[in-house]
Design a binder for this molecule. Structure first.
Ligand code: PRP
Ligand code: URA
Length: 209
């Protein structure tokens, strides 16, 4: 299970997660920093993407080069996952983007689904699900189940903050996936919020506090 959880260690990520955690960070800065840390995460998530050899001509001679073998499909979970999309697109601009709409019921903490729009060919793509928060793991487990049901072979999940409870739940249902997180936090509180966390990622991104 340990190998399936990758905490991406980088000084700039630590700096950015601190800015995101700070309650005094306003939405404008929160969005910019979420995009920047997503950019750094994208480099790590794509490290194992498969490459194919191609032949190209430089201005001087013919040489071998590389291209990504598979299409890349990013799938943000609405709403907060939207804040990670541009950071990923900056370094994988050719990626397609699907959307899954899930909202956690505040009482039961169960995810309620309200929207799905996913590009075709999930089965032959590198599929990366995006959501800043992995709390109880209910939303991520449901979203990954949906992606697999529609053909995704080895989806990976990229988040900013993960709680141990969410990691356990997600990997017990989907032991074959990889989770990339910028930070692994301590625990959930009684309302299902991550401690120390960064609060409600959707509200902080979109200024709906
Ligand atoms: C947040 C977050 C995840 C979910 C994580 O979304 O973006 O999708 O909670 O919690 P879980 O691991 O316990 O399922 P939320 O339901 O608050 O919706 P929002 O993005 O629309 O605010
Ligand atoms: N969703 C969030 O946005 N934050 C949490 O801490 C838990 C779930």
């Amino acid at each position: 299970m340990k190998d399936n959880l990758i905490i991406v260690e980088h000084p700039l990520i630590k700096r950015d997660v601190t800015i995101l955690r700070d309650r005094n960070t306003e939405s404008e800065t929160f969005r910019a920093v979420l995009q920047r840390v997503s950019n750094l995460l994208a480099a790590e998530v794509s490290k194992n993407f498969s490459l194919s050899n191609i032949i190209i001509e430089t201005p001087l001679e013919v040489t071998e080069g590389s291209k990504l073998t598979n299409e890349v499909i990013l799938v943000p979970v609405l709403r907060a996952g939207l804040g990670m999309v541009n950071g990923f697109l900056q370094i994988i601009p050719e990626a397609k983007v699907g959307h899954i709409g899930l909202q956690r019921d505040e009482e039961t903490l169960q995810p309620i689904d309200y929207y799905y729009k996913i590009p075709k060919n999930l089965n032959s793509a590198e599929v990366v699900m995006l959501d800043p928060m992995l709390a109880t793991g209910g939303s991520a487990t449901e979203a990954i189940s949906y992606l697999k049901k529609h053909g995704a072979k080895n989806p990976v999940f990229a988040c900013i903050v993960a709680a141990p409870e969410g990691v356990k739940k997600l990997l017990s249902k989907h032991p074959d996936i990889k989770i990339f997180a910028a930070a692994l936090d301590r625990e959930l509180n009684s309302k299902g919020y991550i401690l120390p966390g960064l609060g409600d990622a959707g509200d902080r991104t979109f200024g709906t506090l």
